[in-house]
Design a protein around this ligand. Structure first.
Ligand code: PMP
Length: 309
């Protein structure tokens, strides 16, 4: 479904609410040519206490941290961005939505150095259902190990959510879909497991949970952090600072992806090798159901993770 089919009408841009169709930029915008933008993707859930943004503060933290290596000054405070987002959700009367803050170097000149380009900032919010499909959450998805490698953290800061880095995600994801898979898995430069194009990955073996460490050139996912916390609180042992070789994927009992968009999505096959018994495994199901209990607020635990609209 495209934006034109959605009931949305407002975008916050550089301090003002503008009509959706008026949120325009010049074709010579620096960020368009050089990928010099940073962004976030958060979800607002429909809860019994009304719409609530999940882990908004952590998304703001990461937005400002992503700007740092690029010496990008976001001209708006955390409070202003928060107020803008809440107002955007209220004005559009959204009960649940995806939230996309973006900041990028704007229009002035097109040297690679962005020194004289202003930083532009925008926030949009729109309804967005399950990223990989409703069935994916229950049955799991088929994943292809991409022939593209992830950029190494020695080449670009992979812990910054930079627009330009998503060329790699696009290539990997489209390659997978061309080959009949739902999503890709990308190995890092060393050939170990990194992450999906827009997801972190978890492996379950003998009842314990493993996920690649931050030094494996991955994004420090907020859902990754959430799942580590929930799993530990459920009593699982979580190893979150390990290298995972490609071969270990095939011998895993269970695999699943996490992400703000993908939530907790089981993986049933990697390169046509069936994982476990080829369906959502018991540990994945346990964590996934805990995750949805939390985000839909059917439990009152972890309330500090929510920003109510
Ligand atoms: N890795 C990449 C490359 C991503 O784009 C995302 C989505 N932001 C993730 C991991 C998951 O991060 P999060 O849980 O914060 O959405």
């Amino acid at each position: 479904m495209g934006f034109d089919d959605m009931d949305v009408d407002t975008i916050w841009m550089d301090g003002e609410f503008v009509d959706w169709d008026d949120a325009q930029i010049h074709v010579l915008t620096h960020g368009l040519h050089y990928g010099s933008g940073i962004f976030e993707g958060a979800r607002c859930y429909d809860t019994e206490n009304g719409p609530a943004i999940f882990r908004w503060e952590e998304h703001l933290d990461r937005l400002f941290q992503s700007a740092q290596p690029y010496e990008m000054e976001i001209d708006h405070s955390r409070e202003e961005l928060t107020e803008a987002t809440l107002e955007l959700i209220r004005r559009q009367d959204l009960s649940s939505c995806y939230i996309r803050p973006v900041a990028f170097y704007g229009y002035n000149s097109l040297g690679v150095s962005p020194d004289d380009c202003p930083t532009r900032t925008a926030i949009a919010a729109w309804p967005w259902g399950t990223y990989l499909g409703e069935e994916a959450l229950e049955k799991g998805i088929d994943v292809m190990v991409s022939s593209w490698r992830k950029h190494a953290s020695s080449q670009v800061p992979t812990n910054a959510k930079t627009t330009g880095l998503y060329a790699n995600s696009l290539l990997a994801g489209e390659e997978a879909r061309r080959n009949g898979y739902a999503e890709a898995l990308v190995l890092n430069k060393e050939g170990n497991v990194a992450e999906g194009p827009g997801e972190n990955i978890f492996l379950v073996r003998d009842g314990e949970i493993f996920t690649p460490g931050l030094s494996e050139s991955i994004l420090d996912g907020i859902t990754r952090n959430t799942v580590i916390t929930l799993a530990e609180d459920l009593g699982y042992t979580v190893h979150d600072n390990v290298s995972i070789s490609r071969g270990e994927l095939n011998t895993a009992d269970e695999l699943f992806f996490t992400g703000s968009a993908a939530e907790v999505t089981p993986i049933r096959k990697i390169d046509n090798v069936v994982i476990g018994d080829g369906s959502r495994g018991p540990v994945t199901e346990d964590i996934q159901s805990r995750f949805f209990d939390v985000v839909e607020r059917t439990t009152d635990e972890y309330d500090e993770w929510f920003q109510y609209v």
